[in-house]
Design a protein around this ligand. Structure first.
Ligand SMILES: C[S@@+](CC[C@H](N)C(=O)[O-])C[C@H]1O[C@@H](n2cnc3c(N)ncnc32)[C@H](O)[C@@H]1O
Length: 386
């Protein structure tokens, strides 16, 4: 079985354009990256550390623990190379596993062929050794193995997360055009909100930004809302160590009643979804929910904080003209009512953003799926308040 204290290469993946925020989180947990790449961070760590990374990281997708890195020229060589690996160190013969792979090699004609060859090699090795084999399938409900293969360099990893870490587990009702939780967290980190001043989120939809802000302010980590990770199916996993880590997570929670987090939306239904999600996350007591036009949102006088909008981008024809007016009104509202605050708009429509009528002091790039997005920062200087 695998020694959960043995240190090896670990690769933590994240969305493109989120790696700066992932690096900040990784360093705050006391890890030192070996290298920071476009969509991930490499470091040296143990499976035990991977458990902590899975439980804490808000902006990561998967935490991968290296099994073996090797030269691989052709898809025909996969079976032999993979079969030679000591799989019984990682996987119970009566266990369940799935394979995921990303291959960039000209011998790969269909992406699934790589998964099938890896699966066959593992299964045949067990069958030859034990006369029976672990079950396999596409559900990430057991052990998950991941291959990255580029040209002639292949690396096999234990995917210690299984299902993506991008979902933080509290959002049972998504509402209309919700932000993914990892992206919401990354955008809040990008605002450099210090978690002690007000965080105002008009047009909150299902409440993702306000809930993520409340989680950060109270040091509630995603591991509190999820009970299954793929590391649980790797030989050497100690359930009592996991429970001890959950206890530590619970002990980290701090209540900060003085911090004002306000979430508003014009839709009563959106607010009721947002409240339910906040309740699941255990932070409903931290957030003032208001059903109103964004321009009626309460803006606390002191201390000044961060106000963040995620308006619709107008993906369907005819929507844009109506939204132009909304973006214009957001600009007027920030200028007239939010002096002293730092204003942010997260949008995937830069033409609409021009209607805000304020000059952005920063334009931070993000991807929301395939949509090229910006988090626009507006310095709303005092003295401009009406
Ligand atoms: C893109 S969604 C926000 C999604 C949100 N970030 C989330 O993760 O769920 C935009 C929201 O703006 C709300 N909205 C549209 N016009 C509004 C207005 N004039 N005042 C307040 N809210 C409005 C919609 O009801 C919708 O929930």
């Amino acid at each position: 079985m695998l020694d959960f204290n043995e240190r090896r290469k670990v690769f933590i993946t994240c969305k493109d354009r989120s790696v700066t925020y992932l690096e900040k989180e990784v360093r705050e947990l006391g890890f030192v990256p070996e290298s920071v790449q476009r969509t991930g961070i490499e470091l040296i760590a143990s499976m035990e550390d991977c458990m902590d990374l899975n439980l804490h990281l808000r902006t990561a997708s998967h935490v991968l623990f290296e099994i073996k890195s090797f030269y691989l020229r052709h898809a025909d060589d996969i079976y032999r190379r993979v079969k030679a690996i000591n799989w019984e160190e990682y996987l119970d013969v009566d266990g369940y596993f799935s394979i995921n792979s990303v291959a960039d090699n000209e011998s790969v004609t269909t992406p699934l062929i790589v998964n099938v060859k890896i699966k066959d090699a593992i299964v045949d090795r067990f069958r030859e050794k034990f006369g029976r084999r672990p079950d396999s399938g596409s559900e990430f409900s057991g052990a998950v193995f991941q291959m990255f293969w580029k040209e002639t360099q292949a690396t096999l990893y234990i995917n210690t997360s299984g299902d993506t870490l991008a979902k933080h587990g509290y959002r049972k009702i998504p509402g209309k055009a919700p932000m993914m939780e990892d992206l919401a967290a990354a955008t809040i980190y990008a605002t450099e909100w210090n978690t002690r001043v007000p965080f105002i989120n008009p047009m909150c939809g299902s409440g993702t930004l306000a809930i993520e802000a409340a989680l950060m302010a109270t040091k509630r980590y995603p591991g509190l809302y999820r009970s299954h990770y793929a590391f649980m199916s790797i030989l050497g996993y100690d359930e009592s160590a996991y429970h001890a880590k959950i206890k530590k997570l619970e002990a980290k929670i701090v209540e900060v009643p003085e911090v004002k987090i306000i979430a508003s939306d014009i839709s009563l239904q959106a607010i009721s979804f947002a409240k339910e999600n906040a309740m699941t996350a255990g932070v409903d007591h931290m957030i003032d929910f208001q059903v109103c036009d964004f321009a009626e949102t309460e803006i606390p006088e002191k201390p000044r904080g961060v106000i963040m909008f995620n308006p619709e981008y107008g993906e369907r024809l005819g929507e844009e003209t109506e939204l132009e007016q909304t973006y214009r009104r957001i600009g007027d509202f920030m200028k007239q009512k939010c002096a002293g605050y730092r204003g942010y708009i997260f949008t995937g429509n830069l033409e609409l953003a021009k209607k805000v009528g304020l000059k952005a002091s920063r334009r931070i790039e993000f991807w929301n799926g395939t949509i090229d997005c910006r988090l626009l920062k507006y310095d709303l200087y005092e003295g401009k308040r009406d």
